[in-house]
Design a protein around this ligand. Structure first.
Ligand code: AVJ
Length: 350
């Protein structure tokens, strides 16, 4: 997600090729059949859906990285500026030197995280960084970026779908864990699944550990609309690529070019909905999902929701998931917010 300067490109190319990442692979028959079940279930809904995690195969992760550099896509740069401006305050609230473990869900290229790691080091800590992502390619990028920029920071990788099965390496003894869930990705979930996801994260934390959650806030509809309808069509390509990923997972035969990208911001629902809409009547062989899908002309598949929150909604969400709100930080333009929450003692441990 970092702007790639020519200098960086040179620097990276002279780095020794990173050895294979330490990756806890979750590819098991169980996980695979659960994924197929989930996909089948989503496609059989009305309206048809495909879970947005299918946007992030290696090609999709690279396209998303391109999106983050588009002039129209404001969330990444807004959040980055906020993190950079407030990194030391965030780290101080998260225990400063006692912060030993920084876990990032959906690390992507991890370009926003370096300033938090720096702040932890500046406060006298020696944090480890654990990157969790669904794309091996994104994890590799994380590793390369950190190896180039902060070679002294130990990095662990977890290749995982954290919406279903979060596995984390054992935490270092003592110290505090800070879990980062940035980018506004929580907005891809409706409240019940957002709470389920965050409560699942809470299970990997001890009381006093911290969660930093980034959320998109409601702002001018026209600006939001542009962010998902860029002039270069990168978001459209990102959306269509999801069908290629589904094809490779399910051995289905979606033809991406027969779909229109449609991504309106719905003011009343305060969310973007991303759709792929059939240009003509078609029958899709769903391969390993074991059936076919008929779409009429103009019929759509919803591939993502991306919510815009209010501050109170975000704070209620983390509270409902077992975290006491500790700090709220908002960008000057009010488009993006960060909530820092402290893990409460769970009922189990009382
Ligand atoms: C990475 C999930 C936060 O919802 O804005 C970008 C993904 N979708 N353009 C978002 C996305 C379309 C993005 N998140």
């Amino acid at each position: 997600m970092e702007r790639r300067s020519p200098a960086r490109r040179v620097r990276r190319s002279v780095l020794p090729r990173a050895s294979s990442p330490r990756t806890a692979t979750l590819v098991s028959l169980d996980a695979e059949s659960a994924a197929l079940r989930e996909l089948r279930e989503a496609l059989s809904r009305k309206p048809h859906e495909i879970p947005c995690k299918y946007l992030y195969d290696d090609a999709g992760s690279a396209l998303f990285e391109q999106i983050t550099r588009l002039p129209e896509y404001y969330p990444t740069r807004t959040e980055r500026a906020l993190l950079e401006a407030r990194a030391s305050a965030i780290v101080a609230s998260a225990g400063g030197a006692r912060l030993t473990d920084m876990v990032e869900l959906g690390s992507g290229a991890a370009s926003k995280t370096v300033c938090l790691l720096d702040a932890a080091v500046a406060s006298g800590g020696r944090p480890r960084y654990v990157a969790v992502d669904i794309s091996a390619h994104a994890l590799q990028r994380t590793k390369e970026i950190l190896a180039a920029e902060r070679p002294e920071i130990p990095v662990e990788h977890v290749l995982a779908d954290y919406t279903r099965d979060l596995k984390l390496p054992a935490r270092p003894a003592g110290g505090r864990r800070l879990v980062l869930f940035l980018g506004g990705t929580i907005g891809n979930e409706e409240d019940p699944s957002a709470i389920k996801l965050l409560s699942g994260v809470r299970e990997h934390m001890d009381p006093e550990d911290l969660l930093l959650l980034g959320a998109n806030l409601a702002t001018e509809p026209a600006a939001i609309h542009l962010a998902y309808n860029d002039a270069q069509g990168v978001t459209a390509a990102f959306n269509r690529n999801l069908l290629r990923n589904v094809n490779s997972v399910a051995k289905s035969n979606f033809e991406p070019d027969r779909f229109d990208h449609y991504a309106p911001y719905l003011v009343d629902k305060r969310r973007v909905e991303m759709w792929l809409v059939a240009r003509e009547q078609m029958t899709i062989d769903l391969g390993r999902l074991g059936s076919s899908l008929n779409l009429g002309r103009g019929e759509g598949i919803r591939t993502e929701i991306s919510r815009r929150f209010t501050r109170d909604e975000v704070l209620r969400l983390i509270d409902a998931s077992g975290f006491t709100p500790e700090r709220w930080i908002e960008s000057p333009d009010g488009r993006f917010g960060l909530a820092l929450g402290v893990a409460r003692a769970s009922l189990r441990s009382i």
